[in-house]
Design a protein around this ligand. Structure first.
Ligand code: 5RP
Length: 236
């Protein structure tokens, strides 16, 4: 499966494969979104088809739901599952405290709901996602379409009072149209460069009218499985 992969894809693949070992028979598993999570879903599908693994998966996006069904994983909704044993997902950045930026793939809202409803969250990532301080990757913030420009202006005003270097924000686009999430919302990407106090920023953002959720995952992740281009895997 991993024969012809580029080093970065190999790193994602080996991290996903190792994390799949934490999935046990009978588990309700949150299935993340993105290219790394897709490797996980494919690995789990293989285990279902070839080893008879019995799991029920709760996908975090329509993309992941489609892939999970294609590879043979039984898909249920979060409302059916109520609570999950484990969620495995990718990330855009992780730091030494296992705090994350997520949402580069636009699925942060379902991802945060699903991860928070899990006994345990494992992140799978290539080593390039490890950072000393979060914030070089633009922080995705999901906002409702109504009045998004006003929400954007409020966020920019708020950033002036916070310990961040960058203050510019951009509306995520899909071609010449605003990107639309699975919930019908838009995403503002906050170009902050360095996030001094992620916990405070996450709280402040979520108090703003128009903001649905932000991509800071603070104290949610329990373990990061890190993959390297040469096939090594480390656990943090
Ligand atoms: C999607 C996410 C992804 O987990 C994140 O963007 C990482 O993606 P990839 O595994 O493709 O690098 O948060 O909303």
């Amino acid at each position: 499966m991993s024969g012809e992969l580029s080093p970065i894809d190999k790193a994602k693949f080996v991290a996903a494969k190792r994390a799949a070992d934490f999935v046990e028979d009978g588990m309700r598993v949150g299935l993340g979104t993105g290219s790394t999570a897709a490797w996980l879903v494919r690995s789990l599908g293989e285990m279902v088809r070839e080893e008879g693994l019995k799991i029920r998966g709760v996908p975090t996006s329509t993309r992941t739901a489609q892939l999970a069904r294609e590879v043979g994983i039984e898909v249920i909704s979060l409302d059916e599952a109520r609570w999950l044993d484990l969620t495995i997902d990718g990330a855009d950045e992780f730091d030494a405290d296992l705090n994350l930026i997520k949402g580069g793939g636009g699925a942060l809202l379902q991802e945060k709901i699903v991860a928070t409803a899990s006994d345990r969250m494992i992140v799978i990532a290539d080593i390039g996602k490890q950072v000393e301080t979060l914030g070089a990757f633009p922080l995705p913030v999901e906002v409702i379409p109504f009045g998004w420009r006003t929400t954007q202006a409020l966020i920019e005003e708020m950033l002036i009072s916070m310990d961040v270097l960058g203050r510019s924000t951009t509306l995520r686009m899909n071609g010449d149209r605003p990107y639309v999430t699975d919930e019908g919302n838009h995403i503002l990407d906050l170009h902050l460069k360095r996030i001094g106090n992620g916990r405070q920023l996450a709280l402040v953002l979520n108090q703003m009218p128009g903001v649905v959720e932000n991509g800071l995952f603070i104290d949610i992740c329990d373990m990061v499985v890190v993959g390297y281009g040469d096939g090594r895997v480390e656990i943090r």
